[in-house]
Design a protein around this ligand. Structure first.
Ligand code: TYM
Length: 338
């Protein structure tokens, strides 16, 4: 009874290599939902353009991201996987929703403020209106849930506000989606600076783990991870404000092993940070090993990836265009006669 299934949708920008944060905060939770929901996941390549990209790298990374989605367990038979720019309705509804999103709302977005600081020489219009495009990405598919990490919650909330505004003006058009935030893994922090988010960027940072990292690199990075100077029986305990480095490692370990924080504290009672960091590193190596191996296989088969993109975009387009037609009519655009 596919029609009755609730709908789930999410996307990731191919602006850098996928990290352990992208996996634990987002993809892992998507992969676990395919039976229960009708799922749409895409590579948000239009969003990646809000910061400068090397064109060849962006193309490569977009296809690699698709290979990694599949390797992470997103079965293309059960999930609709596609490239955002292949479904033109995203850009079209994005423009319309720009006209229903307020300057004040966009100015309040934390990500806009952060990214403007980081890209002070390129604060372009796209960076500012990005949440309207994200609202379009979401609302086109009338999803019930949008599974994202903590940092995207504000954008999903804005999407809800824009959808309400539009529905109030024109009558029921969009379903109001709920953000779906994982209990553990919602904010994986940088291993060397546990007060900032682990992010995908182009530099080879020792504070971030990317899905394609080799086991020896993962172990090296975990051995160097920042903790604190506490010693004694119970130094491994969950206290995010006081001990952000340890809390981050515990979060990663919990997400990779399924253990609770109490179980982890008991497991490491009487042990120092050295043994703890090795255990966390090993759990990540084992979690990522099959993903890396599968992704490498798919990446060698460009024909397969291109075929996936084509079928995914066709399925997505069918749904997206239905919503777009409705919106065009409601706002007063003349239907094209072809
Ligand atoms: P992006 O590409 O920055 O991140 C993709 C997803 O990964 C989550 N995430 C994290 N979770 C936990 N810890 C981290 N360190 C971490 N880093 C990233 C993010 O919360 C996100 O869920 N605007 C979006 C992409 C997008 C989108 C959409 C998402 C475009 N359109 C429509 C949902 C629905 C973005 O830049 O995510």
């Amino acid at each position: 009874m596919d029609e009755k299934k609730k709908v789930m949708l999410s996307g990731i920008k191919p602006s850098g290599d996928l990290t352990l944060g992208s996996y634990l905060g987002a993809i892992k939770n998507w992969a676990e939902r395919a039976e229960q929901f009708d799922c749409y996941y895409f590579m948000a390549d239009l969003h990646a353009l809000t910061t400068r990209q090397n064109p060849a790298d962006l193309r490569r990374r977009t296809l690699e991201q698709l290979a990694q989605y599949v390797a992470c367990g997103l079965d293309p038979e059960k999930n609709t996987l596609f490239i955002q720019s292949h479904v033109h309705a995203h850009a079209e509804l994005g423009w319309i929703l720009n006209c229903y999103t307020m300057f004040g709302e966009l100015s309040r977005m934390t990500q806009f403020k952060d990214k403007s600081k980081k890209n002070a020489d390129n604060i372009n219009g796209g960076l500012f209106t990005y949440p309207s495009l994200m609202a379009a990405d979401i609302l086109l598919y009338q999803p019930d849930y949008v599974p994202v990490g903590d940092d995207q919650k504000q954008h999903v909330e804005l999407t809800r506000d824009v959808a309400h505004r539009f529905n109030n003006l024109y009558g029921e058009t969009f379903k109001i989606p709920e953000p779906y935030i994982p209990k553990v893994g919602a904010r994986v922090m940088d291993l060397l600076d546990p007060t900032s988010k682990m992010s995908k960027s182009d530099d080879i940072g020792n504070g971030r783990i990317v899905l394609m990292d080799k086991p020896e690199d993962i172990m090296r990075k975990f051995k160097r991870a920042v903790t604190d100077s506490e010693t004694g029986e119970h130094c491994v305990r969950y206290a995010p404000d006081e001990k952000p480095g340890v809390a981050n490692l515990m979060q990663i370990y919990a997400a990779c092993t399924g253990k609770t924080y109490d179980e982890i504290e008991a497991e490491f009672t009487g042990q120092g940070y050295g043994a703890f960091k090795i255990a966390v590193g090993e759990s990540v190596v084992e979690t990522l090993r099959p993903i890396r191996e599968e992704a490498q296989r798919y990446m060698k088969d460009k024909g397969y990836l291109e075929a996936l993109c084509r079928t995914g975009a066709e399925k997505a387009e069918y749904i997206a265009n239905k919503t777009l037609r409705k919106v065009y009519k409601k706002v007063g655009l003349v239907a094209a006669v072809r």
